[in-house]
Design a protein around this ligand. Structure first.
Ligand code: ADE
Ligand code: ZN
Length: 330
């Protein structure tokens, strides 16, 4: 089954590129850029990967990304992940990035976009992988700052497939960003948002109502509200679920307690993702095989999950048709 899962063409829609920073690369980039970290070696970095909740992870994640300075750093980071994902049978990746976390350290848009775009072009040419970029806003920061960042990104709008909303969820409801998402809509940019990861199901409803999102990132807490489940089912709103992330951040105690089987049973449009693979125990194959172990799903279920991701992806129609046909033939 593991071999077959690897050959299944997969699209990853929920992936924070800063969350792909493996300890080895963190230390290498720290040395390259003379950034001092509180770790002397890979084991010390890994020892810090015991999270109590989303916030404890975000603290480490924010510290790790301080090693990223130049276009070359962003390029090398994304290039490394493209290669690992390719080995996992991933055919398409939508990379989220957090520009505010870099702008606040004096790392300009130019370096971020140039480095990421170069890695995306290389992956297309060298590995035949397609990709898209999602520019995410930090929900624990001011909405005014997010609006300013959106305006400043104007020279790069053509390179952005969508905008997103991430970081500390509780106490930062979607409606805080209504004006930012209205502006993105006016600009013709599609929208997605993290909701219902740690935050309540009401945040999912608000993301649909006030941000007019086309997908929900996580969304696992939707089961708390039957009307919301009915709405998500009717509209077939894609939920980009991240099973191992939810275990590591204690959204669920064990993978066997994860609501994925109930989400599928309810007829919801679910797909599988790794979120922050360097921090949460691995990439797409780790997530797919852990689900196979936990839920005993057969090939038909995994084909459906893979097809759901491709249907929900930002990609040209011919690419979508090709991948759907490859999944059906797999
Ligand atoms: N940023 C990176 N990973 C995240 C997650 N799982 N939830 C919210 N923000 C994030
Ligand atoms: Zn995420």
């Amino acid at each position: 089954m593991n071999h077959w899962l690897r050959t299944l063409p997969k699209a990853e829609l929920h992936l924070h590129i800063e969350g792909t920073l493996e300890p080895e690369q963190m230390l290498e980039l720290a040395e390259r850029n003379r950034v001092s970290l509180p770790y002397r070696n890979v084991d010390e970095v890994r020892a810090a990967y015991e999270f109590e909740d989303l916030q404890s992870f975000l603290n480490l994640y924010s510290q790790g990304m301080t090693v990223l300075h130049t276009a070359e750093d962003f390029h090398d980071l994304a290039r490394s992940y493209f290669h690992r994902a390719h080995a996992d049978g991933v055919a398409h990746i939508e990379l989220s990035f957090d520009p505010q976390a870099h702008l606040s350290r004096g790392v300009e848009f130019e370096a971020q976009f140039e480095g990421l775009n170069r890695a995306m072009r290389d992956a297309e040419r060298e590995l035949g992988m397609s990709s898209a970029l999602i520019m995410s806003f930090l929900r624990d920061q001011d909405a005014e700052q997010a609006l300013d960042v959106l305006e400043r990104a104007e020279p790069w709008y053509e390179r952005i497939a969508a905008i997103g909303l991430d970081s500390a969820e509780r106490g930062n409801p979607p409606e805080k960003f209504r004006a930012v998402f209205e502006r993105a809509r006016a600009l013709g940019l599609p929208r997605t948002a993290h909701a219902g990861e740690e935050g309540p199901s009401a945040y999912i409803t608000s993301a649909l109502d006030t941000l007019d999102v086309c997908r929900i990132d996580h969304g696992v807490r939707c089961l708390e509200d039957a009307d919301l489940v009915a709405r998500l089912r009717e509209r077939q709103t894609p939920l980009t679920v991240c099973p191992l992330s939810n275990v590591c951040l204690h959204v669920v105690d064990r993978l066997t307690d994860h609501p994925l089987p109930q989400l599928l049973e309810a007829g919801l449009n679910v797909n599988l993702n790794s979120d922050d693979p360097a921090y949460f125990g691995g990439g797409m194959m780790a997530n797919f095989s852990a689900c196979e172990q936990a839920f005993g799903w057969d090939r038909a279920v995994f084909r459906k999950l893979a097809a759901n991701a491709v249907e929900a992806a930002f990609m040209p129609a011919d690419r979508r048709a090709r991948l759907l046909s490859d999944i059906a033939d797999c």
